[in-house]
Design a protein around this ligand. Sequence first.
Ligand code: SF4
Length: 318
Amino acid sequence: MALVEIKHLKKYYNTPRGLLHAIDDVTMDIEKGKTIGIVGESGCGKSTLGKTLIRMEDATDGEVYFDGKEVTHMSQHEFKNMRMRMQMIFQDPYASLDPRMSVSQLIAEPIQTYHLAKNKKELDEMVFQLMEEVGLAKRLANSYPHELDGGRRQRIGIARALSLNPEFIVCDEPVSALDVSIQAQILNLLMDLQEEKNLTYMFITHDMSVVKHISDDIAVMYLGQVVEKAEYQELFARPLHPYSQALFSAIPVPSIHNRQKRIVLKGEITSPVNPKPCCRFAARCPYATDLCREQEPELRDMGNNHFVKCHRVEELNK
Ligand code: SF4
């Protein structure tokens, strides 16, 4: 069952050069209790998609349904309660935490904002319970963010997101600012919490090894659009879009017998300002034809819930 349904979502920004299409007609469902990985180069619209879903940014057009209710056009008052159920974990925990607040104050803040604790005693109990859930020792309650390492700071971010008992969390590059040794600990924590609390994640990353570790489904984005989407095993075994094939070819393979040839993309990235109706990847695609430069392809179902946005997908993958 889909917890989040995204329908023709668009987010445009006015710029001096014209209308920047950051998100352009994205449609997808996110199943309850599952993780959808969103991958693509920086600037492809991944973070804007996450923020627009939970209304940190206003959508230009389209709808988002959460648990069957349309949230994009809800009044702020109505959305306040819905917002508790949709949270976000940020890329840079240091930048997203107020340096003047202690660990316990940072975790208590959302609980106080939503008046979820009856008194100080209950608030303290909730804070210590959250610290335990995310693996922060009680003795750190009075520490400040600058006294902690990146992993512990991200654990505070996770505790803040969990403090309102959400069902859906947008994880925006939550491990990319961390040392590799700590990345696995945070990913494992997120997966344990998902199992315990039946959480649904949108996991945004540019790191293909990370997305493989955590995702049930993966959507590949290019210049504000989803160009391919499938279950993770299917997509890793059989990427069909030329852009996904280039992305996946860059993943390091441990075996020397299994080395794949890295596809290096050439050509300029098309401007997302006032884009023409064509395949947005045409300027870098080695298989582009006149049709690709004149007509935008549809995102089509190739079977097995595998969707691809390419005019030539059948002939290129015979
Ligand atoms: Fe390449 Fe054309 Fe497919 Fe776009 S539609 S990815 S340009 S072959």
